[in-house]
Design a protein around this ligand. Structure first.
Ligand SMILES: Nc1ncnc2c1ncn2[C@@H]1O[C@H](COP(=O)(O)OP(=O)(O)O)[C@@H](O)[C@H]1O
Ligand SMILES: [Mg+2]
Length: 288
């Protein structure tokens, strides 16, 4: 775990050295950069202070494309995300597109706990009850998407965000840059993260149940600090992920073992079809 923390720190310092903006920069004449808080496959995310307007004085998160090739993804993300309103979905406050300069700014509520990957790296693996709470909350956000015919397409610990509310943490689903509509039949460019991808996605098929598989990987991660398909070599990780080769973590209750087995079912037809089915199962089995 210590190694993992150090490597995260190293990565963070490198990304800070290469980021587009730095502390003190003023963007669009109204956002003052406080710090770089994250870099994903598509964007750089900054903590900013709003200087003018209705939200003056508030601190928010601002995402920009890492480079121009990422713009189409973020543009699609902005247009759909802005329509979502749910307690377990990250709130997007607004977006601004400077067409002439090819710049896009996405503004979100700031999630002060950061992402689930960092949280588990810091705290260590979570107790079963806490892990189930996180998964249940994310499933609620996912249910909102699934009910509307969307597939998230990139469920992983880096895309789940925590916010402190009183003494507990509220978990929300974010990052809709790979959002797809149900029934999507084009070529799937695999931009997800190896270790969290449903096996059928490698065969150019994606369903709402593919999100359930990825969420199963997240449950495994919160309980162990690792993806179920973790391996030293990247090639081996890919092989295990494609073939769904994993071992059940030790010390977890039979009920949670069954749940993990169902979520990580290789055949998507045997998995929960939607987040709603997963939620109903968790409630019926008294997993909360
Ligand atoms: N609203 C937010 N509050 C706090 N941190 C955030 C927020 N949005 C993003 N981040 C951080 O930035 C990282 C990248 O953001 P994300 O939206 O996942 O971008 P990408 O589409 O490039 O993957 C996240 O993993 C997280 O660490
Ligand atoms: Mg991301």
């Amino acid at each position: 775990m210590r190694d993992f923390q150090n490597s995260l720190k190293g990565l963070y310092l490198t990304m800070k050295g290469m980021s587009l903006y730095k502390e003190g920069d003023i963007l669009l004449g109204m956002y003052r950069v406080i710090d770089l808080i994250g870099v994903g496959n598509f964007g750089e995310v900054y903590k900013v202070e709003v200087l003018k307007g209705r939200y003056a004085g508030q601190v928010m998160a601002l995402k920009v494309a890492r480079d121009k090739t990422m713009l189409p993804y973020l543009w699609k993300e902005a247009q759909t995300h802005i329509l979502f309103n749910h307690p377990h979905i990250l709130t997007m406050q607004s977006y601004l597109y400077k067409k002439d300069r090819g710049e896009l700014f996405l503004i979100y509520e700031l999630m002060d706990v950061g992402n689930l990957k960092h949280y588990v790296a810091k705290q260590g693996p979570l107790e079963e009850a806490e892990a189930l709470k996180v998964i249940f909350q994310v499933a609620k956000g996912l249910e909102f998407l699934h009910n509307r015919g969307y597939i998230h397409g990139d469920i992983k610990p880096e895309n789940i965000f925590g916010k402190r509310v009183m003494k507990s943490i509220l978990w929300k689903l974010g990052d809709f840059s790979l959002l797809r509509v149900r029934g999507y039949s084009g070529i799937i460019d695999i931009k997800g993260t190896v270790g969290y991808i449903a096996p059928e996605v490698f065969k150019n098929q994606i369903h709402r149940s593919s999100d359930i598989f990825s969420l199963g990987c997240v449950l495994y991660f919160t309980l162990t600090g690792k993806s179920p398909f973790d391996a030293e070599e990247e090639q081996e990780k890919l092989r295990r992920n494609k073939l769904v080769i994993y071992t059940m973590p030790e010390g977890i209750s039979p009920k949670v073992q069954v749940l993990l087995g169902l979520m990580l079912e290789r055949d998507h037809e045997k998995r929960f079809k939607t987040a709603k089915e997963l939620i109903n199962y968790m409630l019926a089995q008294r997993l909360l």
